[in-house]
Design a protein around this ligand. Structure first.
Ligand code: FMN
Length: 409
């Protein structure tokens, strides 16, 4: 079984040996793994965020309460096939052994699924390593089936000679590969992935664009960022995702299939084709579809005219066609409102349940987005909703909804 392309979460804590962890990160990336890094505030005293971003292509995660990342302690734990703490300080080892969870790093351990490997590579002064508290914590963690890697002996950063030095990067990598190779699930994915990998999801993303003439067009501001994140998180959890997106939308890194559209007509044709030819379990319809198509003029409209009239023709609501084309699919619809009028919001949400036959509706308001506030209302039916905050929470909610309705959790 190949071990490449696994999701590895690396936790860095505050030791001089952080520089050695960079070599571990770099080698795991070169081997084709997806690597994400969480850093303690102390570790940032030893190496910078840019070094990690340069090595992994992604900024390290440092704050549990950063807006948009508040569910990281759950989502990262779920995403990872393996977690490696290197270097692990005495402080971190002692804290997690006693169940503390006062930051992202320790909470990740509390949220750990013991079906997956959790490796700790200690790095500290010999006295700290041999301290009865540290030794008791190591013994406690071993009982929990945490893999505590050996330390190397030699001259330590503090000038003392003895054990406690971080294991050499090559030996850490060997251990990681060994642990990945012993994953019991044959696809090498997490147990949740194994359960979810037969689920087929179509995610639509970005905004349609309607030509005015051969040069110009009218479009909307949808970037596809939310839908790309949803597609990636569902694909990372093992689902088979088709990402149907506008040409300018944010791309998905993990979707199994990638299709693009430009106009309303393109999207309609692509949707009809996909829904007729595939049996999707879920459609997450997040694309912002033009309500009107312009009566297009050929060539380039004269730009000297003092006034210009365009004729716009109403488009049908694509979301209303989805269940008709694919009755077995469950439908997750989005409603972007631009009002504080609760009765109007309720009416728009109700129409998505009653006319489009949605199974879940996600509503947010333009005013919130403008203020960088990612608050979403999640409706399981036309009258009840719960409120969540942030994109990660939204991805987690959709994942849980799918797993629950499939009877997998
Ligand atoms: C120069 C320097 C080097 C350090 N090296 C280590 C080390 O190798 N191992 C260790 O356990 N603590 C070491 N510490 C102490 C930790 O940085 C300190 O306990 C910190 O609170 C750990 O926080 P963290 O576990 O959240 O990263 C060092 C401190 C300094 C100033």
């Amino acid at each position: 079984m190949s071990n490449a392309n696994k999701n590895i979460l690396i936790i860095l804590t505050g030791s001089i040996a952080c520089y050695k962890a960079c070599s571990v990160i770099s080698k795991l990336k070169q081997q084709g793994h997806h690597v994400k890094v969480v850093m303690s505030p102390s570790s940032l005293e030893f190496i910078g965020k840019s070094t990690i971003e340069g090595l992994t292509g992604e900024a390290p995660i440092t704050d549990m309460y950063a807006s948009g990342n508040v569910m990281d302690h759950i989502n990262l734990a779920r995403w990872a096939h393996l977690i490696l703490v290197a270097p692990a300080t005495a402080n971190y080892i002692n804290k997690i052994a006693y169940g503390l969870g006062d930051d992202l790093l320790t909470t990740l351990f509390l949220a750990h699924d013991f079906e997956k490997p959790f490796l700790i590579a200690p790095a500290m002064n010999t006295k700290m390593y041999m301290h009865p508290t540290t030794q008791a914590s190591i013994a406690k963690l071993k009982q929990m089936k945490v893999e505590i890697l050996e330390t190397a002996s030699g001259v330590l950063a503090c000038g003392e000679i003895g054990s406690g030095r971080l294991l050499e990067p090559e030996l850490i990598i060997e251990e990681v590969e060994k642990q990945l190779g012993s994953l019991t699930y044959s696809s090498g994915k997490s147990p949740e992935s194994v359960k979810s990998n037969s689920i087929k999801v179509l995610v639509t993303s970005g905004g349609t664009s309607e030509p005015i003439d051969d040069i110009r067009s009218i479009t909307n501001k949808s970037s596809g960022k939310t839908a790309a994140l949803i597609a990636d998180s569902l694909a990372e959890s093992g689902m088979t995702v088709t990402y149907l997106h506008s040409k300018t939308a944010v791309k998905s890194n993990n979707a199994a299939a990638d299709l693009s559209f430009e106009t309303f007509k393109d999207l309609q044709t692509a949707l009809q084709g996909e829904l007729k030819n595939n049996s999707y379990d879920y459609v997450v319809h997040a694309a912002a579809v033009s309500d009107y198509t312009v009566e297009t003029q050929t060539g380039k409209i004269n730009s000297d005219l003092p006034e210009l009239q365009l004729t716009l023709k109403r488009n049908p609501k694509l979301i209303n066609e989805i269940k008709k084309l694919s009755p077995q699919s469950k439908l997750i619809g989005f409603k972007l409102t631009s009002t504080q009028d609760e009765s109007l919001i309720a009416k728009k949400v109700r129409s998505l349940f009653e006319v489009a036959n949605c199974d879940l509706v996600i509503q947010n308001d333009w005013q919130n987005i403008k203020n960088n506030n990612y608050t979403y209302r999640i409706y399981g039916n036309a009258s009840d909703f719960s409120e969540i905050e942030g994109l990660q929470a939204l991805c987690g909610t959709i994942f849980k909804h799918i797993m629950k309705t499939k009877g997998l959790v």
